[in-house]
Design a protein around this ligand. Structure first.
Ligand SMILES: [Zn+2]
Ligand SMILES: [Zn+2]
Length: 615
């Protein structure tokens, strides 16, 4: 799935919500029960039981498919009317009866013709369509049509390859969650079916925990919190491109500032390259044939230009602007380039699926003998940056796919060096065999957020051919001979837009002090306390702190409530006593009342806390 993605194009960065199931188009995909573990097998089995219940309640219902997915299962149905919440409750009750009856799942193989007529007689055209597709495919390949594999529990028989649990009694505590429209085979020209989602777990405690997580995720939805906290908005005049409000932009700049500080410390040099580029560049890099549909292309003086969807090829112009010696490497070019990708408007979603975004991107040119050290250092950079927000990255090492460009010896060597770096770094990682891109072995970065949801973040790719070969990059080695460098593509946050969306949900909007757009709210009790409040603000701002004075005529309790709703880390209430002693007693957003401190000491303490990027 990732193998045809050009350089700098991350894999689909993970589903936006628990239910974004992959589209299943081919007959094989439609028959895949999605059961890769015992838990998945139970989830898929629950889908059978749900289909049985739906057929009971809606005789004549036509069945689509019912695979296990992350955290649950679904089944697609063609029904005479929309499913209501009352229907879901009734379906659940029927399902409970089937589980209580503990029907065994029994597999039966039918000869192809018999299998087909079975589903024709039961008026299940979608099942017949899958069988016909399989038969056509076998015929084209000169192979016999496979037998029809069915599973029965109770009176219900489904077209299925399994696996399942032994009997319906093995299905744990479950709940039906929602209904959504889903085109048959993901094709908008085919009928829209009703997809019923459910979840099932091994124990009641696991189910309760999941339902809590789901409710919490809804409350934390960054699209909702983004409005409440005045961070960003979206408007029809530019779909999929955020309008950053001052507070959102401050989070943006603070994250960027931390990364710039790390990059300077690590010897990066920042570059900036054009957004509007002639298509010739994308032809040379090999992006255009694969990626033209996702690019915004426009005509300028009879030639086709595109808005850059990734930064990669442009850094090679800076590399080639001078003759490079082995002594010049590594060359670390970082760039915060504004990127555009033409995602379909129907798929856009908050900050996690956008048309315009900026990555904390870098292209690092190394000699092959420097690869392991550089990768090890990069893994350290990733761990450091994620520690600022209290997250521990996990890594997946994706190796050479079957179809790969470049010298197999070089691949083998590069993979060995990356593995060495991963082992030396002490990082936790898994190997994903053959999951690299066709030009690069890569390391994918994952995190689990506060709700235990997994997110795929950015990647580190060791590009052996795409930039070095297509753009004929060389350096002169110690013997005066030209050699090819390796180009490492790497981002740490990835898209800043998406990263902020994830952080908003991870922190439920309550950003740590160092990242909070407003770090302290100063709350004068009466109008006469307003001038000293401005004076205190000056003291705090003098130490680089971000503060706001609430000069409204709201009552004090209202001002405190508003600051709490805005999740501002500290509130500083000023009355006669505080003004007279030039002190302030901070109150945290969690409601903790701290002892009074004088203004200078308070400014020093908060500035130190912020600089330490504590959580
Ligand atoms: Zn099945
Ligand atoms: Zn790149």
């Amino acid at each position: 799935m990732s193998q045809d993605r050009p350089a700098g194009v991350p894999d689909d960065a993970g589903p936006d919500d628990e239910f974004e199931a992959p589209v299943r188009g081919s007959a094989e995909e439609l028959l895949d029960a999605g059961a890769h573990s015992d838990l998945d097998a139970m989830r898929h089995s629950a889908a059978h039981v749900m289909a049985e219940a739906v057929l009971d309640l809606f005789p004549g219902a036509r069945l689509g498919i019912g695979p296990a997915i992350q955290d649950g299962f679904y089944y697609d149905f063609e029904l005479p009317r929309p499913v209501t919440p009352d229907d879901l409750a009734a379906i659940e009750t029927r399902m409970g009866a089937s589980v209580a009856a503990d029907h065994p799942f029994i597999r039966r193989e039918l000869p192809p013709a018999e299998g087909r007529s079975f589903f024709v007689e039961r008026r299940q055209p979608y099942k017949v369509e899958i069988l016909d597709d399989l038969a056509a495919k076998s015929k084209a390949a000169g192979e016999p049509t496979p037998v029809t594999s069915t599973y029965q529990h109770g009176d219900f028989i489904d077209l299925c390859k399994g696996p399942h649990v032994a009997s319906t009694g093995r299905i744990g505590p479950f709940k039906l969650l929602s209904v959504a429209g889903a085109y048959w085979r993901g094709d908008e020209h085919r009928p829209m079916l009703q997809r019923i989602y459910g979840t099932v777990w091994g124990s009641q405690a696991d189910l309760d925990q999941y339902l809590w997580r789901r409710a919490e995720a809804k409350k934390r939805d960054h699209r909702r919190l983004g409005v409440q906290l005045d961070l960003f908005s979206f408007h029809d005049v530019s779909p999929g491109s955020a309008f950053w409000h001052p507070r959102g932009q401050m989070i943006w700049r603070t994250l960027e500032g931390s990364m710039r500080e790390l990059q300077l410390r690590r010897g990066y040099q920042e570059i900036s390259t054009p957004i509007l580029v002639n298509e010739k560049l994308w032809l040379q890099s090999g992006h255009l044939p694969l990626y033209a549909d996702n690019m915004f292309l426009l005509q300028v003086e009879g030639q086709t230009f595109g808005l850059k969807p990734m930064n990669c090829p442009e850094s090679t112009f800076i590399y080639r602007s001078r003759l490079r010696s082995y002594r010049d490497l590594p060359l670390r070019y970082n760039e915060y380039g504004r990127l555009h990708r033409n995602e379909r408007s129907g798929t856009l979603s908050g900050l996690t699926r956008v048309r315009q975004f900026i990555q904390d991107d870098a292209h690092i040119y190394v000699r092959p003998d420097q690869l392991a050290d550089e990768i090890e250092a990069l893994l350290g950079e990733v761990r450091e940056a994620y520690s600022w927000v209290g997250l521990t990255p996990r890594f997946a090492f994706a190796t050479k796919p079957d179809k790969a460009l470049g010298d197999p010896m070089l691949w083998e060597k590069a993979e060995g060096l990356i593995k060495e770096a991963l082992d030396r770094s002490g990082s936790q990682y898994v190997v994903k065999p053959k999951d690299g891109t066709f030009y690069a072995p890569k390391i994918d970065i994952y995190i689990d957020d506060a709700l235990g949801r997994e997110w795929q973040m950015a990647t580190i790719q060791a590009d052996l051919t795409m930039l070095p070969e297509q753009f004929d990059l060389t350096y002169i080695d110690e013997h005066g001979q030209p050699q090819r460098p390796i180009a490492i593509h790497r981002a740490i946050y990835g898209s800043l837009e998406r990263f902020i969306g994830i952080l908003v949900e991870h922190f439920a909007g309550a950003f740590p002090l160092w990242l909070a757009p407003v770090q302290a709210a100063i709350i004068p009790i009466a109008d006469r306390h307003l001038p000293p409040a401005e004076e205190l603000a000056g003291v705090l701002r003098g130490r680089g702190l971000r503060v706001e004075v609430d000069a409204s005529d709201n009552r004090m309790q209202n001002k405190i409530r508003l600051a709490q709703e805005q999740k501002i880390p500290y509130m500083l209430v000023l009355g006669d006593r505080e003004v007279e002693g030039r002190t302030a007693a901070p109150r945290t957003r969690a409601g903790e009342q701290q002892p009074a401190e004088d203004w200078t000491a308070l400014a020093d303490r908060l500035a130190a806390e912020s600089a330490a990027r504590g959580l």
